[in-house]
Design a binder for this molecule. Structure first.
Ligand SMILES: *Cc1c(COP(=O)(O)O)cnc(C)c1O
Length: 343
C-alpha cells in the first residue's frame, strides 16, 4: 500500500527503535527522566524558548495551551479551518470552557484587520478575548506556510492588545524548511508553540509545548490533570530527540515529492490541482469531474493500492512523508489516472 492519508502513518526508523530500547529513563512526573528532560531542553533551545513540555499528542499540547492561557467564559480567536477548532472534538469548549471566535482566512491567514476588529473591547456584555491561535503550516489550507512577515504582524497586534498568542506548529518544521527561515524565527512570534514529533519528523509518539518557564510550569500541572503525566517516558522521548536532530532537513524531500505528485495529478483528466498552492507536503486535489463521488474515488484508489483522505466537498488530501518513495509518486499518479472515468 502507498499510504498518503497522513504524515502520521510513518513507522519509527531502525535508529529510533534502537534509541527507544537503550533510552535512560526515570519517573518523569518526579522530573527524573533524563531523556525527557533532554528532549524538552532541546526543543526549547531549537525554538528559542525558556522551557519545553513533552505531551502525548498535538491535540493535548494545543488544549493545554488553551487551558493555561485562558479562563472559562473567555473567547479564543481562531481561523475557521484551524485544527484546534475543526478537529479537536470541541475540547476548547468542553475542557477550558471558552467560546471560539472563528474568522475565515485566506491560505490559513486571518486578515490582521479582522483579528484586530475581533478583539473585544471593554463592555459589560462582552466576553474577554483570552487567546489568539495561529496554525503553521495550515493543514486545511493544504499545508500553506504563514509567512514570517505575517506572523510578525499578528504577534505585534497581540502584544499591543495584551492578548497571548498560541501557535499550533504541528508542522512548523515544514514551514521553516519551505521558507528557508529558522524555526525559532517563527516561534519568536508566539507565546507558546506546539510542535508534533509524530508527523513529518517520523517519531512514533508525542508533541512538545514550549514557552516561558512560568507558562510551562502551569502547563505541566494541566498536563497532569489531563492524565498526561507519564512515568518512564524516556522511551518516547528518545526517538523524539532523533526526530528533532536528524529528521528536519529531509522534509525538503517530502515537499519535492508533493510538488511532483501535484503536477502529475493536475495532468489527470477529471482531477484539478492548484500546483502553485503546494508549498509543503500536502496536496489537495479536486475530484469533482472524475465521474464518481469522492468516496467512490477514494475507494477505487485504495483498490489500486493508494490510500488518500476525503477532505471535504469534492477534495481529496494526499500527504507525503518519510515512508513514501520516489517511485510511489509515479505509481500514485498512474493509479489516479486508471481510476478516473473522465477522458
Ligand atoms: C495533527 C495536527 C494536530 C494534532 O496532533 P495529534 O497528535 O494528532 O493530536 C494539531 N494541529 C495540526 C495542524 C495538525 O495537523
Amino acid at each position: 500500500m502507498i499510504d498518503l492519508r497522513s504524515d502520521t502513518v510513518t513507522k519509527p526508523t531502525q535508529r529510533m527503535r534502537q534509541a527507544m530500547a537503550q533510552a535512560e529513563v526515570g519517573d518523569d512526573v518526579y522530573g527524573e527522566d533524563p531523556t525527557v528532560r533532554a528532549l524538552e531542553e532541546t526543543a526549547a533551545e531549537m525554538l528559542g524558548k525558556e522551557a519545553g513540555l513533552l505531551v502525548t499528542s498535538g491535540t493535548q499540547g494545543n488544549q493545554i495551551a488553551v487551558l493555561t492561557h485562558t479562563r472559562p467564559g473567555q473567547e479564543v480567536i481562531v481561523e475557521a479551518d484551524a485544527h484546534v477548532f475543526y478537529y479537536e472534538v470541541g475540547a476548547m469548549a468542553a475542557l477550558a470552557g471558552v467560546q471560539t471566535r472563528p474568522l475565515h482566512g485566506v491560505r490559513g491567514q486571518m486578515a490582521i484587520d479582522d483579528i484586530a476588529a475581533a478583539i473585544r473591547g471593554n463592555n459589560i456584555h462582552y466576553p474577554e478575548t483570552g487567546l489568539i491561535c495561529l496554525e503553521n503550516t495550515h493543514n486545511r489550507a493544504g499545508g500553506a506556510v504563514l509567512p514570517l512577515a505575517y506572523m510578525e504582524r499578528a504577534y505585534a497586534l497581540a502584544r499591543r492588545m495584551g492578548v497571548p498568542l498560541h501557535l499550533d506548529g504541528a508542522r512548523l518544521f515544514n514551514a521553516s524548511v519551505a521558507a528557508g527561515a529558522p524555526v525559532r524565527d517563527f516561534a519568536a512570534c508566539a507565546d507558546t508553540v506546539q510542535i508534533c514529533l509524530s508527523k513529518g519528523l517520523g517519531a512514533p509518539i508525542g508533541s512538545l509545548l514550549v514557552g516561558t518557564r512560568d507558562v510551562i510550569a502551569r502547563a505541566r500541572k494541566w498536563r497532569k490533570a489531563l492524565g498526561g503525566g507519564m512515568r518512564q517516558a524516556g522511551v518516547i522521548a528518545a526517538p523524539g530527540l532523533i526526530a528533532l536532530t536528524e529528521m528536519v532537513e529531509r522534509l525538503a524531500q517530502d515537499h519535492e515529492r508533493a510538488r511532483r505528485l501535484a503536477e502529475g495529478l493536475a495532468n489527470v483528466a477529471g482531477i484539478a490541482v492548484d500546483v502553485s498552492a503546494v508549498e509543503t507536503n500536502i496536496v489537495v486535489a479536486d475530484v469533482s469531474s472524475v465521474g464518481m463521488s469522492v468516496s467512490e474515488f477514494v475507494a477505487a484508489l485504495a483498490g489500486c493500492g493508494v490510500l488518500a483522505t476525503e477532505f471535504g466537498g469534492s477534495t481529496v488530501r494526499f500527504v507525503t512523508h518519510l515512508d513514501i518513495r520516489e517511485e510511489d509518486i509515479d505509481d500514485t499518479v498512474a493509479a489516479a489516472a486508471f481510476c478516473s472515468r473522465a477522458r
